[in-house]
Ligand binder design. Structure first.
Ligand SMILES: *Cc1c(COP(=O)(O)O)cnc(C)c1O
Length: 397
């Protein structure tokens, strides 16, 4: 028997749930792309995007996903052979390194592993050792979606300042922006990147590069063709400049609707909601783990992303639970990325739950209740009282 008919819930760390107003906003024929309402609408996105980023001097919008803005950001500020210092704490940090190397940059990697945070002393030492200031940039990921670990971005800034190094500070906020607090201006971030399909609640297909005036002045531009040049986009004199060609019209209406929702809720309330819902999940996971083998990959709650939680069960139970939840109950959980190779039998012991964007208390309680049913159906050992523990957290709102 299946109980999965009805609305399916994709509870993975992106693409996230699309709000009804966002879907409705896209249901329209292509508008005039030369003049009129779409031009004003596109202009109106800029200040709101900067608000979501916690203040930014400039933003360039692209038709691409997260991988695209990895390339867009680096190709503007460095050229072949330039050194960049890469602080890696998971699969996505390593992914950005690959792009740097693909562009011909000399990427020096400090790899802190998938369960540790960035060691500021090591960062400071590496930068101090670079007395001729060859590093063009320090790059890292705010919340690495593969591990669900969250880095202290202000702490990295302090380490850069302690070494008095002029490198640009670049942060991948693709999983965190619109979910975890991120304050580009206050934290001294020069370049922040995100994509549309996570905290921004918009279909995949748009990428955003926020950059400071310092980064703008540091633009080299040798590696980027006119298409990736962030300056033309950020200073767009006409609609076609924003996207170097045809605008992604329906996406722009979608993003406008999503930003309207975000501006109405307010960033502080959005961050508080994500924090509260994440804590409800964690309370349940703790309770299940107390009587079984379910474990959160990041032990310290203060080091966890509020957008995604990576978990483990003895293999192959994680894959069995995912399959049961999808086939029988209409909930899709996330697969594991990067912790172990996909062809290793141990891979079936890891999974992730996405809790980013357009989610609320009943969606979280629904996933948890369904997981409880999955544990029981599959005979997976688990502690008692998990769903009530989450309810207790919800009740404290
Ligand atoms: C999702 C994600 C990416 C990759 O984004 P795509 O849109 O899949 O290319 C990169 N970094 C982080 C932290 C992410 O969460």
């Amino acid at each position: 028997m299946t109980l999965s008919n009805g609305r399916h819930y994709l509870a993975i760390p992106g693409p996230s749930v699309l709000p009804a107003p966002v879907l409705r906003a896209m249901q329209r024929p292509a508008p005039n792309i030369y003049t009129g309402a779409l031009v004003d609408l596109t202009d109106s996105l800029v200040p709101d995007l900067k608000t979501v980023a916690g203040g930014a001097d400039n933003v360039a919008m692209y038709i691409c996903n997260g991988h695209g803005v990895w390339e867009a950001s680096l190709s503007n500020i460095a050229t072949r052979g330039d050194r960049v210092l890469c602080l890696v704490t998971g699969y996505f940090g390593a992914g950005w390194v690959n792009v740097a190397r693909g562009l011909g940059l000399d990427a020096e990697v400090l790899d802190f592993g998938s369960q540790a945070e960035i060691d500021f002393d090591q960062v400071e030492a590496a930068l101090r050792a670079d007395s001729s200031h060859e590093f063009k940039a320090v790059i890292c990921v705010h919340a690495d979606t593969s591990t669900s670990g969250r880095n202290d971005i202000a702490g990295v800034r302090k380490a850069i300042d302690a070494a008095a190094h002029p490198a640009l500070f670049m942060v991948d906020c693709i999983a965190s922006m619109g979910c975890d607090p991120f304050l580009m201006q206050d934290w001294g971030v020069d370049v922040a990147i995100t994509a549309s399909q996570k905290g921004l609640m918009t279909p995949a297909g748009m990428g955003f590069v926020f950059f400071s005036d310092k980064a703008k002045a540091a633009q080299i531009g040798e590696l980027c063709s006119p298409y990736w040049d962030w300056r033309v986009r950020a200073e767009a004199a006409a609609l076609y400049n924003y996207f170097d060609g045809t605008a992604p019209t329906q996406h722009l209406y979608a993003l406008r609707a999503a930003l309207d929702m975000m501006m109405e809720e307010g960033m502080a309330a959005i961050w508080a909601r994500h924090d509260h819902l994440a804590r409800a999940y964690w309370a349940a996971f703790e309770a299940w783990g107390a009587g079984g083998d379910l474990r959160m990959h990041i032990a310290d709650p203060d080091k966890r992303s509020r957008a995604v939680t990576a978990l483990s069960l003895p293999a192959p139970l994680a894959s069995e639970l995912r399959r049961w939840m999808e086939d029988t109950a209409g909930v899709t959980l996330g697969i594991s990325l990067g912790l172990v190779p996909m062809d290793d039998p141990a891979w079936h012991g890891y999974f992730r739950v996405g809790h980013m964007g357009h989610i609320n208390a009943h969606m979280v309680m629904g996933v948890l209740g369904t997981m409880d049913a999955g544990f029981k159906a599959l005979g997976i050992a688990h502690g008692e009282g998990a769903v009530s523990a989450a309810a207790q957290v919800m009740a404290g709102s």
